[in-house]
Ligand binder design. Structure first.
Ligand SMILES: C[S@@+](CC[C@H](N)C(=O)[O-])C[C@H]1O[C@@H](n2cnc3c(N)ncnc32)[C@H](O)[C@@H]1O
Length: 283
């Protein structure tokens, strides 16, 4: 969608408010030619929400956003339902190492919902590389980062995101449950943790629940099921052999997309990399 054709009900400055491994903000211009026209989307479903870059770009009139990470979904709920409470809870946070570890050690159950969301946004802005990672106990365990002046409380951005999220359905769910009722007219965008190109290249441990080959096969089965139900599906993944194998059939279109990794602590891993965009419709 170009700047001249912005529909009147779009929030023009709504953008992701979290840093997220695999975040798609930079790829939106590459994806744009393949997206269905906004007015043809009955309902948009994004089951691996992360920073929700494509949702904020599309701002479809009806949407369901979900992720298996409940902590993340709760942040979106607070941005949608109590953005002023969130901003008030976020303002006092500061970019200081000792303070960071003090906040990281807090028991989230002892905080209010707005305070919990503020804690996650604060750690997201000040932790190492903006990563989200949990230990086996489900506790956030990323070390303090090296940002000089991180924008911890970007009020304007949070308010814009809140406006864009009004009326949006949010769910903590496995991707298959998130699309169980999807049908004709729905547009589903899947952005799973990628199949690693080699054993060490990829970051997939967003939470204590990993995403392995079995899950990728389950996802391919889900895409096929949605296709038979007349649902339009778009999926991002790496160009690993397993991805080609899983989507080589059923008439899917596979488009190579040149990308750059955006969360990678190793300087030698920052070169261009070809990813895949898979569609079950004519893009
Ligand atoms: C690549 S990120 C999504 C990035 C997002 N599109 C963006 O622009 O930031 C993958 C997401 O999948 C979630 N996830 C992992 N396994 C899942 C599952 N089985 N069901 C639903 N979500 C899952 C992770 O919590 C993570 O937020």
């Amino acid at each position: 969608m170009d700047a001249m054709s912005v529909a009147p009900d779009l929030v023009p400055d709504a953008r992701p408010f979290l840093k997220w491994a695999g975040g798609k903000s930079r790829l939106i211009p590459r994806y744009a030619p393949f997206l269905p026209p906004r007015e043809t989307i009955h309902r948009y479903i994004e089951p691996f929400i992360g920073s929700a870059a494509l949702f904020f770009h599309l701002q479809p009139p009806r949407a369901r956003l979900s992720d298996c990470n409940h902590t993340l979904i709760e942040v979106y709920e607070v941005v949608r339902d109590d953005v002023e409470g969130l901003i008030a809870a976020l303002r006092p946070h500061k970019n200081d190492r000792d303070y960071y570890y003090h906040v990281r050690a807090q028991d989230p159950r002892e905080l209010s919902k707005a305070e919990r969301a503020a804690r996650i946004i604060f750690m997201n802005k000040t932790c190492y590389n903006g990563l989200y990672r949990e230990n086996q106990m489900g506790e956030f365990n990323v070390p303090f980062g090296r940002y000089k002046r991180p924008r911890i409380c970007d009020e304007q951005r949070l308010r814009a995101a809140s406006r864009a999220l009004q009326g949006v359905e949010l769910r903590t769910a496995d991707f298959a449950d998130a699309v169980a009722d999807a049908g004709e007219g729905d547009f589903v965008y899947f952005d799973p943790p990628y199949v690693p190109l080699n054993a060490t290249s990829s970051f997939t441990s967003y939470s204590r629940f990993g995403f392995d080959d079995f899950d990728h096969r389950r996802l391919a089965d889900t895409v096929f099921e949605l296709t038979t139900r007349g649902c339009r599906v778009m999926l991002s993944n790496s160009s690993a052999p397993l991805v080609h194998e899983l989507y080589a059939h059923n008439g899917y279109a596979i488009h190579p997309i040149e990308a750059r990794r955006n969360i990678n602590s190793r300087a030698d891993g920052r070169g261009p990399v070809t990813e895949l965009l898979i569609l079950n419709y004519d893009g």
